[in-house]
Design a protein around this ligand. Structure first.
Ligand code: PLP
Length: 399
């Protein structure tokens, strides 16, 4: 599939220049159709009914799980449906039994969703050790190695940082942790659907995925990969219908994963849509997406950097899909509003739910940055319009 084919499936791209893939992405028509098919033809609850329509709904939901598992090279039983990446992370944070004195290693480049839930464990006497990135927002795996000790129970890191787009060495960290008694959680919120993720190779205990970003699934979807061979024991976040095998008036017996983590009626249509979205992304081809995004990121980085009073964050060699910048003497929100008002350009501005990372990059006191983020559907022309408009605005500010 070419970029033009994908754009045809996303009519809203004719109305705006959408450069906010890091927040969420437009849902392609075939994904919407797969959800409509559920609503029009077999809108029943899953796992409960003996009638044919309910059985079909259950089968389609499990088929979606299979498609997703195949896409990330895992087993379907390792995929727990969630409403977003944040919920996936919280299932792990709140599901492990922590002891006073346990240590968790987190980086200073995390999204708040992969920081705040961990910080909250400090109330239980858990130590949160923050390791610092270099001046380009990249974590040195050696820092992880140096920080490990006998108290460390978990290391977590984002695959691609969401505020400036720096790519983190998740595979190298995985190697360091291979022979350690330490759990490993990777936040794939900005990499899923953007770069190929092979979970058998990554060898993490947990990987948190959103469905609604790079994977082109609908909002309200995500999933948690929970490795079958992980020795981490997780208590479910929510209990209730679907999570139990046997119940008496006094007790209950939990069922197996993933069902024990999926309490109550699920976002059935959404997850069916997500299954169809992974097929859609697979039809485009991950290597094509990667080539396109690498090229577009480089062009965007270079052209914005060439604007005299612009400052771009991170190293062009090691950022992917996201370009974060400031223009002197204009607040990021004001700049984002101008881009929208004069050219219908949608970019994100401010702190991107990652305040510590922007403090580290020196952008906090500027009110954050403007962030342009792309996917396969973005064209060279769109990038040109962004850069030309920025050039014009920057000249106006100078005078
Ligand atoms: C790196 C990172 N982690 C976690 C999240 C949270 O994702 P969600 O909105 O799916 O909960 C985001 C969202 O932007 C993110 O960029």
């Amino acid at each position: 599939m070419k970029t033009t084919d994908v754009r045809r499936d996303m009519p809203l791209l004719d109305k705006v220049i959408y450069l906010d893939a890091a927040s969420t992405t437009p849902t392609p028509k075939p994904v919407i159709e797969s959800m409509n098919n559920y609503f029009y033809n077999y809108n029943a609850n899953t796992g409960r009914g003996a009638y044919r329509m309910a059985i079909r709904a259950t089968q389609e939901l499990e088929l979606a799980r299979k498609k997703i598992a195949k896409f990330v090279n895992s087993d379907p039983q390792e995929i727990i449906f969630t409403k977003n990446a944040t919920e996936s992370i919280n299932i792990v944070v709140r599901g492990i039994k922590w002891n006073k004195g346990d240590k968790i290693i987190v980086s200073n480049m995390e999204h708040h969703s992969n920081l705040v839930p961990w910080l909250n464990l400090q109330d239980q006497g858990v130590e949160i050790k923050i390791i610092k990135a270099d001046e380009n927002g990249v974590i040195d795996p050696g820092e992880v190695e140096k920080t490990l000790d006998d108290h460390t129970r978990l290391v977590t890191i984002t695959h691609i940082n969401n505020s400036i787009g720096s790519v983190q060495p998740v595979n190298e960290i995985s190697k360091i942790l291979e022979d350690q008694n330490v759990f490993y959680l990777v936040d794939a919120a900005q990499s899923a659907g953007h770069i190929n993720i092979d979970l058998k190779k990554l060898k993490a205990d947990f990987v948190a995925f959103p469905g609604h970003k790079g994977l082109l699934g609908p909002v309200g979807t995500g999933f948690l990969y929970y490795a079958r061979d992980s020795y981490a024991e997780l208590n479910p976040l929510n209990l209730g219908g679907s999570t139990v095998e046997n119940v008496t008036q006094k007790n209950f017996e939990l069922t197996e994963s993933p069902a024990c983590f999926e309490a109550g009626t699920q976002n059935i249509a959404g997850y069916i849509g997500l299954g169809s979205a992974t097929n859609y992304v697979g039809r485009i081809g991950m290597s094509k997406i990667e080539r396109h995004s690498k090229k577009m990121t480089k062009i965007m980085y270079q052209e914005i950097q060439d604007i005299e009073n612009a400052h771009v964050y991170g190293s062009p060699e090691n950022i992917y899909g996201i370009v974060s910048f400031n223009i002197d003497n204009i607040n990021p929100h004001d700049l984002a509003k101008i881009l929208d008002e004069i050219k219908f350009i949608c970019v994100r501005s401010g702190f991107h739910c990652a305040m510590p990372s922007l403090r580290h990059m020196g952008a906090y006191q500027l009110g954050g940055t403007v962030r342009a983020s792309i996917h396969y559907y973005n064209t060279r022309e769109e990038i040109e319009i962004l850069c030309e408009t920025l050039q014009d605005v920057s000249k106006l500010i100078e005078t």
